[in-house]
Design a protein around this ligand. Structure first.
Ligand code: PBG
Length: 323
């Protein structure tokens, strides 16, 4: 039966009706807030390309997390900016490194807060690449050892979930084995499984001081043109023992999120990355679009595509808008 019997506008007439038939609802518990922790005390250094986001020293990080519980936010993911960087990324797997120290402080102040740690080397290497450089390229297998040590040190510090974002082959298996060998059978792995070599990470690299000093990341992160390969990456990570899968970035890759949701039965996360945040923020600041509506619409689209968990720099603002 068609028009005039069918009139789709009947159910759009009032906000109460629209709310009744709404298919997708965001909840603050699905949102993860990324935070950057840096050395020092009293440090709140705003990231120019990500207004409202700061590099925080541990004392300020604790303050930043004070209202997360009342907002009902699902958790945080931590990135570290170490005091010094070197060829071996030694700050990444140091038990007294910046992330490890921050995790201990967070878990003692907020034992219930879900603390995820990003497991990667690019913030810790002097060259800014995600692994060990051998003959001008990132050496896959040598890097696995660093990643495994880093994940174990994060778990030892009390991280609830470790999230490898380096895109080395075999990292999930290496991390799973190292965690198990060290008594951390219960620590879940959230794998950045389908991580694309994206221009939208630009502002993050200012935030984490992790821009590669030569070349780019295209020999390890995925080609934005490839959807079938993304499925393969996710299948492999599940076989290796990933507990959850992530697609990153989010809005330019909604097709990948949808495909992941329909194929796999583990939780699917998506990362609304720094560039996605900055685009919305910049347009809103210029008065070119309504920032609040853009936040809710962008996050709703990511959830509608199939992501149950969304990592977003808008987590606090969004929680206030939807909570
Ligand atoms: C580390 C890492 C990056 C991001 C998350 N983990 C940067 C990169 O791969 O260059 C990007 C997050 C963002 O843009 O918000 N490898």
């Amino acid at each position: 039966m068609a028009f005039p019997v069918q009139r789709k506008r009947r159910l759009r007439a009032t906000e109460s009706l629209r709310s009744l038939v709404r298919e997708t609802r965001l909840h603050p518990a699905q949102l993860i807030l990324p935070l950057f922790v840096a050395p020092g005390e009293g440090v709140r250094k705003e990231i120019e390309s990500m207004p409202g986001n700061c590099q925080l020293s541990i004392d300020q990080l604790l303050k930043e997390c004070a209202d997360l519980e009342s907002l009902g936010i699902g958790g945080i993911i931590l990135f570290g900016i170490p005091e010094t960087k070197d060829e071996q990324a030694s700050g990444a797997y140091d038990d007294n490194g910046i992330v490890q120290s921050a995790v201990r402080a967070l878990k003692s102040e907020y034992p219930k807060l879900v603390v995820i740690t990003d497991v990667c080397n690019c913030e810790y290497t002097s060259h800014g690449h995600c692994g060990k450089i051998v003959d001008g390229d990132v050496d896959n297998d040598a890097t696995l050892e660093w990643l495994a040590k880093t994940a174990v040190s994060h778990a030892r510090a009390g991280a609830d979930i470790v999230a490898p974002s380096d895109m080395m082959d075999g990292r999930v298996a290496a991390i799973r084995k190292a965690l198990d060998d060290n008594g951390f059978q219960k620590t879940p792995i959230l794998s950045y499984a389908a991580k694309f070599a994206s221009v939208f990470y630009g502002p993050f690299r200012e935030a984490a001081e992790s821009a590669p000093q030569f070349g780019d990341r295209r020999s390890y992160q995925m080609d934005p043109a490839n959807a079938r390969e993304a499925i393969q990456e996710m299948e492999l990570d599940l076989e290796e023992g990933a507990d959850m899968l992530m697609v990153k970035p989010a809005m330019p890759y909604l097709d990948i999120i949808r495909e992941a949701r329909s194929r796999f039965h583990v939780p699917i996360a998506a990362y609304q990355v720094s560039g996605e945040f900055s685009m919305i923020k910049a347009a809103a600041r210029n008065g070119w679009l309504d920032g609040e509506r853009a936040i809710v619409e962008s996050l709703t689209s990511i959830h509608r595509a199939g992501a149950g968990i969304i990592l977003t720099y808008f987590a606090k603002e969004a929680a206030r808008l939807i909570g």
